[in-house]
Design a protein around this ligand. Structure first.
Ligand code: BGC
Length: 743
């Protein structure tokens, strides 16, 4: 697949002239004001705040979503400040606004850029109707540590998948034109390395090499920039000794000089003043200096710029030209958004918030995001989908069956639980007349350790034809600063499953979760397992459709599920090592004979107490039909540096139901100037196939797709043998190869 086309910035001569004109008329104080973002007072305008806007000391406000208040602060800015510069109004619009879509990790499980784009478009429309003109999304940090609470907010573990979906989200938020009604500026965050926080503990140090940055962490940011993202946010991370908000190499060399980004870079919340907490600077003055000189244009929440930058400029410590460049980046985004022409929010010109079309789109996204991980058999037939005619008594168990707010997940400041339909509501609505539905919550929350509700649950399950268990993680267990050191099901949920498992009734576990969980200890005790992430407003309709076969599960894992927490980090694109584990060399702790202190384990790379493969691999997901792959072929045996080849495969729906398959293309460069991952995703395509239908699916591959940051520290593709696999997950076995040849 070709990478996204280069940024079409248009030359925008009018905009650059207007920036120059404004800069020529601004006082130093007004310039620094444009670089300052303050938190809103929330629905009212204290006099000191109005005064600061009038003086031009505020460039952006975050967290104001009251339309009259937004319009009034814009009015003060444009009518009462000397130069009439409008405000950027920022908000974390992460996966929907009032209508909530699946958490970003769930949206990534759709492997469907159209779906992701649609979700962002609707989020933008609803946010714009509330006065927001800038969202702090998408988060495109690579999530390879499920302990990290913000893995919920990312687009998975893989640079390619994240890149495609990041671009889709940017296009959704920003629409065709940034100045069109309902378009809001997107913000690719957190630049960069945040996902690599050591131990999965938020804000922790990262020790990333240039190669890891280039090959793994930077590609989604680059894709966002190529898709025209208006802004970027720095990360909280200390990267190899330099916090990201003072990282010249990232912010200037790579972002501006290599990628040609001309939008705005905002700090994260107080991350400039935190340069002193990191120990990089000794004062706010030094922090302002570092951040300004290395490339942060706007400061979020802390006050280093507003209090220090003017003096630094007057003393000549920070050149005026540097500050002018920062201000120009801010003004450029305001001009691109059309705020100088009309800064006001006009909700009446936009679709109604939470309208049925928005909810229908949220339902589509939720449906496609659910991943069927296990579907055991009873009496020779798969447990799912359930046959509505055969279920007379249904037990519904668990603290997440009927929680309108919990199903929305993390980062939903504006999410409206009143728009939610829960699974229990939907089941009662659809089947209440036809089947007996008994609901037992069993646990107050997913964290509840009490066993008080176990027996009532067991009685309900024992008397039912099938039991639906809605378990997982409360929304509060994910998100910023909500990391977990042990990612098994929290509280007494594992014990509850064991308590219900021998009733003889089929157990269908629906997991609502913000992260992959370590399920090894209970996965065999349930008959079927659906991972629904936090599905958003329409969890109920989507899940009931899937459970009863009105829709077929088609989500695929955007992250690896480890067996146990101690396997982390574990992801599909690992390096091979010099001693890769094999089934033959693996020995389990239980199989080590007593009295054999010197027993050789084969000296390969594994843990003694757990099988070395993950529980569920990246890309994995079942449906209600089966797909067969055959006739994998390349259009030529050789790929030239400036050419392309087609990789084609037949995909056949061999089951009795229609379904969507996500066809995935992986490569490996087996001998290179630096070691390369055992597999890398390079293409994917979601296809719908009727029973018996066969489709030839093609991917285009160019040398650029095979390029990486090699030993000579440049981005290039290296000639030689390239392995290719195509299939429905990252362990696909259908294989061929090509040769990449030099001219
Ligand atoms: C988070 C950002 C977010 C910002 C504003 C920070 O704490 O790291 O992702 O956009 O707050 O709410």
């Amino acid at each position: 697949m070709k990478s996204a086309p280069p940024i079409d910035r248009m030359t925008e001569p009018g905009i650059e002239d207007r920036i120059a004109d404004l800069l020529g008329r601004m006082t130093p104080g007004e310039k620094v004001g444009q670089l300052s973002q303050v938190n809103a007072a929330g629905g009212h305008i204290p006099e000191d705040y109005a005064h600061a806007i009038r003086q031009g000391w505020i460039g952006s406000v975050l967290n104001e979503v009251d339309v009259p208040t937004v319009n009034e602060i814009q009015r003060i800015a444009v009518e009462e400040s000397r130069l009439g510069i409008p405000l950027l109004i920022g908000r974390d619009v992460i996966h929907g606004f009032r209508t909530v879509f699946p958490i970003p990790l769930g949206q990534a499980a759709t492997w469907n850029p159209d779906r992701v784009r649609e979700g962002a478009r609707i989020a933008a429309l609803e946010a714009a109707a509330s006065g927001v003109n800038w969202t702090f999304a998408p988060m495109v940090d690579i999530g390879r540590d499920p302990r990290w609470g913000r893995v919920a907010e990312c687009l998975g573990e893989d640079p390619f998948l994240s890149s495609v979906l990041a671009a889709a989200m940017v296009r959704g938020f920003q629409g065709e034109h940034l100045d069109a009604p309902g378009a809001i500026a997107a913000c690719a965050k957190h630049f960069t390395g945040y996902g690599a926080s050591e131990g999965g503990r938020d804000y922790n140090t990262t020790d990333l090499t240039e190669r890891a940055l280039r090959n793994v962490h930077l590609p989604p940011f680059r894709a966002a920039v190529e898709a025209g993202v208006a802004t970027l946010m720095t990360s909280f991370s200390d990267i190899d000794g330099i916090p990201a908000s003072a990282h010249r190499h990232l912010l200037t060399t790579i972002l501006r000089e290599e990628w040609g980004f001309d939008g705005l870079v905002v700090s994260d919340w107080e991350s400039i003043s935190q340069l002193a907490v990191h120990g990089l600077t000794g004062s706010d003055r030094e922090s302002a200096f570092e951040a300004a000189m290395t490339g942060v244009d706007m400061e979020m929440a802390s006050r280093c710029y507003i209090e220090q930058l003017e003096a630094l400029m007057e003393e000549g410590v920070v050149p005026v030209s540097r500050v002018d460049a920062m201000v120009a980046n801010v003004l450029r985004v305001k001009l691109r958004l059309g705020l100088f022409d009309d800064p006001y929010c006009h909700p009446e010109r936009l679709p109604e918030i939470g309208n049925p079309d928005h909810l229908e789109a949220a339902r589509r996204a939720a449906t496609e995001s659910v991943v069927l991980l296990r579907n055991g058999e009873r009496d020779g037939s798969p447990v799912l989908p359930l046959d509505r005619d055969a279920v007379r008594r249904l037990a519904v168990i668990g603290p997440l069956a009927d929680e309108p707010a919990e199903q929305l997940g993390t980062w939903v400041f504006d999410g409206d639980p009143a728009l939610s339909t829960t699974p229990l509501q939907e089941l009662r609505e659809r089947f209440g007349g036809a089947m007996e539905i008994e609901y037992v919550r069993a646990l107050e929350t997913t964290r509840d350790r009490g066993h008080g509700g176990f027996d009532a649950a067991r009685t309900a399950v024992g008397g039912a034809d099938v039991a639906l268990l809605f378990l997982g993680e409360d929304a509060i267990l994910s998100g910023e600063a909500h990391c977990r050191a042990d990612i098994r099901l929290p509280g007494a949920q594992e014990a509850l499953i064991h308590h219900l498992a021998d009733t003889g009734t089929p157990l269908v576990l629906v997991l609502m979760t913000g992260r992959p969980l370590a399920l090894e200890a209970m996965v065999d005790r349930v008959d079927a397992l659906l991972c629904a992430w936090h599905p958003g407003s329409m969890a109920g309709p989507a899940l009931v459709d899937l459970l009863f076969g009105d829709a077929s599960p088609s989500g695929r894992l955007p992250v690896t599920f480890p067996r146990v927490t101690g396997q982390i980090p574990i992801h599909y694109a690992e390096k091979r090592t010099g001693k890769p584990a094999t089934p033959e060399s693996f020995i389990h702790i239980d199989d080590i004979p007593a009295g054999a202190p010197q027993l050789s384990t084969g000296n390969t790379s594994f843990h003694l107490d757990v099988w070395y493969r993950p529980l569920f691999s990246f890309g994995y997901g079942l449906g209600y039909t089966s797909f067969h792959y055959e006739h994998l072929a390349c259009s030529a045996p050789e790929l030239t540096m400036d050419g392309s080849i087609q990789v084609e495969v037949d995909v056949v729906n061999t089951g009795a139901r229609a379904g969507d398959e996500v066809v995935q293309l992986y490569i490996r460069d087996p001998v290179a100037s630096t070691t390369r991952p055992v597999r890398e995703l390079k293409g994917f395509r979601r296809v719908h196939l009727e029973p018996g239908e066969r489709r030839r699916v093609a991917f285009e591959l160019t040398a650029a797709d095979l390029a990486f940051w090699g030993r000579n520290n440049t981005w290039s593709a290296e000639p030689g043998h390239i392995d290719l696999w195509v299939g429905g997950h990252s362990d696909a076995s259908l294989h061929t190869h090509i040769h990449l040849v030099s001219p």
